[in-house]
Design a protein around this ligand. Structure first.
Ligand code: BG6
Length: 478
C-alpha cells in the first residue's frame, strides 16, 4: 500500500463545538445562546433555512438537546483521557461566549466561565494535546441577538472585542492556535447561527447580510491584531465552509455559473480575511444588488492589517451546479443546495461523499492564497449499531476517513502546505443541523438518543483503534 508522508508535527486530532458537547447550559452563570433555543429534530433544519425565527424556548412544543448535550461540562476529564489514548496532538473546541460574558454586553468577564476553560486547557496540556480554539462557533449570546439584532448592529463589534481580549489575556500561555468565526461563509445560507439574526418580513436581506458580514470582518481583523499583540507566538486563522463547486456539464454557461457561485460562497469571506480586501467580484455583486455598505473611517485599513495566519476549513462535500435547465435532480441533503452528482454516493442524510473533492479543495485554496491550510472538520454522520457484545463496528466511517486522509496525502504531494487534520465530532454529540444524537460522527460512542434517553456512557468504536494507528504512524497506516 502507498505510504503517505505527512509533515512532522502534523496536528492530528478531533473537533467539537461548545454548544454541541458541553451541556450545563445554565450552569456556572452561563447565559443563553442561539443553540439553546434551537429545538431538536427536523424542525431545526426548517428553522435554519427559513426566515422569521422568534429565538424563544417553547418547552410545550419542542425539546432542546443542546441543554445537556453529552455533558462534557462535567465529563471533560474522561473524554480528554480518551482523546489522549488515541494519541491526539490537537483538540479543536470552542469557547462559549456566554460562559465568559453571559449577555454579551457586560463590562466584566464571568470568573466561573473563565475558570472552566482553564481546567479544560490544563487537562489537555497534561496529556500533551494542543487546544485549537474557535472563538465563535454558532453560539452567539441570545441577549445580543434579541436586544441588538445580532451582527447587523455595529455595537456588537465592541462587545466581541471585549470578549476576545478577555480570553486572549487569560489563556495567553495555554492556547496558541485560534480561529475567529466558524464557517463564516455559512451565514449566506444560514444567517441565524452565523450572523445572529433571522431575516424578517420586509427586511432587505442583502443589505442586512452583507452589512453584518462587514461587521464580522472588522471584528475578525481586530481579533487577529489583538491575538498577535497579546500572544506573540500564536497563530490565528479564519474558518470557512469549503465545498468546491462543479459544473453539472461542459456547457460554458453552467461553468460560468459554477465559478460565480464558488466566488460568492467559497471565496468572498476568505478573500477579505486572508488578502485583507474586498475582491472585485463582490463589488460588482454589490452594485447589481444595490447594496451600499456602511463602512466607517479606518475599517478598510484595519481589514488590510488584520489578515489571518492560516486557513482553517471544513470539508464534507462538493456541490454541483447548473444554470441552464437540465433534467438534473436537486440534491437531497446538501445544506448548500445544488443538484445531485450522478458520480457520487451520499450519506444517510444526503451529504454527497467526495474524497477527491478534498484534494481539489486543498489545491484550490493553496493556489489562491499560498497560506498554510488546516482541515478542521471532516467526517461522516452515520447511524451506529451497538452489537450484542458491546462492539460498534463502524467500518463505513473508517472507509470514509481513510479515503479523505489519502486525499490529503495526495494534496501534500501536490505541494500543498497542510498543518493538521481535526476530524469532526471525534466524540458523538448533538448534530448542528438537525439536533439529533443519532447522526453520529465519533470514534467514541455516547449512549444518548434522540428521545433524550441514555446513560451518557462512553464506548470505543472500531474507528477509535484505527485512528489511533493512523496517528501513531503519522498517517502511514491508512
Ligand atoms: C459544520 C459545523 O457545518 O458541520 C458543525 O461547523 C457541525 O458545527 C458539522 O456539527 C456537521 O453538521 P451536522 O449537522 O451533521 O452536525
Amino acid at each position: 500500500m502507498k505510504k503517505y508522508q505527512f509533515p512532522e508535527g502534523f496536528l492530528w486530532g478531533g473537533a467539537t463545538a461548545a454548544n454541541q458537547i458541553e451541556g450545563g447550559f445554565d450552569e456556572g452563570n452561563k447565559g443563553l445562546n442561539i443553540a439553546d433555543v434551537l429545538p431538536g429534530g427536523k424542525e431545526r433544519y426548517e428553522i435554519l433555512l427559513n426566515p422569521g425565527f422568534d429565538f424563544e424556548i417553547h418547552l410545550d412544543q419542542y425539546h432542546y438537546p443542546n441543554h445537556e448535550a453529552i455533558d462534557f461540562y462535567h465529563r471533560y476529564k474522561e473524554d480528554i483521557a480518551l482523546f489522549a489514548e488515541m494519541g491526539f496532538k490537537a483538540f479543536r473546541m470552542s469557547i462559549a461566549w456566554t460562559r465568559i460574558f453571559p449577555n454579551g454586553d457586560e463590562l466584566e468577564a464571568n470568573e466561573e466561565g473563565l475558570a472552566f476553560y482553564d481546567r479544560v486547557f490544563d487537562e489537555l496540556h497534561k496529556h500533551g494535546i494542543q487546544p485549537v480554539v474557535t472563538i465563535s462557533h454558532y453560539e452567539m449570546p441570545l441577549y445580543l441577538v434579541k436586544e441588538y439584532g445580532g451582527w447587523r448592529n455595529r455595537q456588537v463589534v465592541a462587545f466581541f472585542e471585549r470578549y476576545i481580549k478577555a480570553i486572549f489575556n487569560r489563556y495567553k500561555n495555554k492556547v496558541k492556535y485560534w480561529m475567529t468565526f466558524n464557517e463564516i461563509n455559512s451565514g449566506l445560507v444560514m444567517p441565524i447561527q452565523g450572523l445572529g439574526f433571522s431575516i424578517q418580513k420586509e427586511e432587505d436581506k442583502y443589505k442586512s447580510t452583507f452589512q453584518a458580514y462587514h461587521h464580522q470582518f472588522v471584528a475578525s481583523a481586530i481579533a487577529v491584531k489583538a491575538c498577535h499583540e497579546i500572544i506573540p507566538d500564536s497563530k490565528i486563522g479564519c474558518m470557512i465552509l469549503f465545498a468546491p463547486v462543479y459544473s453539472y456539464d461542459s456547457n460554458p454557461e453552467n461553468i460560468m455559473y459554477a465559478l460565480q457561485e464558488e466566488q460568492l460562497f467559497n471565496y468572498y469571506c476568505a478573500d477579505v480575511q486572508v488578502r485583507g480586501e474586498y475582491p472585485a467580484f463582490i463589488k460588482r455583486y454589490f452594485k447589481e444588488h444595490n447594496i451600499e455598505l456602511e463602512i466607517q473611517e479606518g475599517d478598510l485599513e484595519l481589514i488590510k492589517e488584520g489578515t489571518v495566519d492560516y486557513i482553517g476549513f471544513s470539508y464534507y462535500m462538493s456541490r454541483t451546479e447548473k444554470k441552464v435547465k437540465t433534467d438534473a435532480e436537486a440534491s437531497q441533503g446538501n445544506l448548500i443546495g445544488g443538484v445531485r452528482n450522478p458520480f457520487l454516493k451520499a450519506s444517510d442524510w444526503g451529504w454527497e461523499i467526495d474524497p477527491i473533492g478534498l484534494r481539489i479543495s486543498l489545491n484550490k485554496l493553496y493556489d489562491r492564497y499560498r497560506k498554510p491550510l488546516f482541515v478542521v472538520e471532516n467526517g461522516l454522520g452515520a447511524y451506529d449499531q451497538v452489537e450484542g457484545d458491546g462492539t460498534i463496528n463502524d467500518d463505513y466511517r473508517i472507509d470514509y476517513l481513510r479515503d479523505h486522509i489519502k486525499a490529503m496525502g495526495e494534496a501534500i504531494e501536490d505541494g500543498v502546505e497542510l498543518i493538521g487534520y481535526t476530524s469532526w465530532g471525534c466524540i458523538d454529540m448533538v448534530s448542528m443541523s438537525t439536533g439529533e444524537f443519532s447522526k453520529r460522527y465519533g470514534y467514541i460512542y455516547v449512549d444518548k438518543h434522540d428521545d433524550g434517553s441514555g446513560t451518557l456512557e462512553r464506548k470505543k468504536k472500531k474507528s477509535f483503534f484505527w485512528y489511533k494507528d493512523v496517528i501513531a504512524t503519522n498517517g502511514e497506516l491508512l
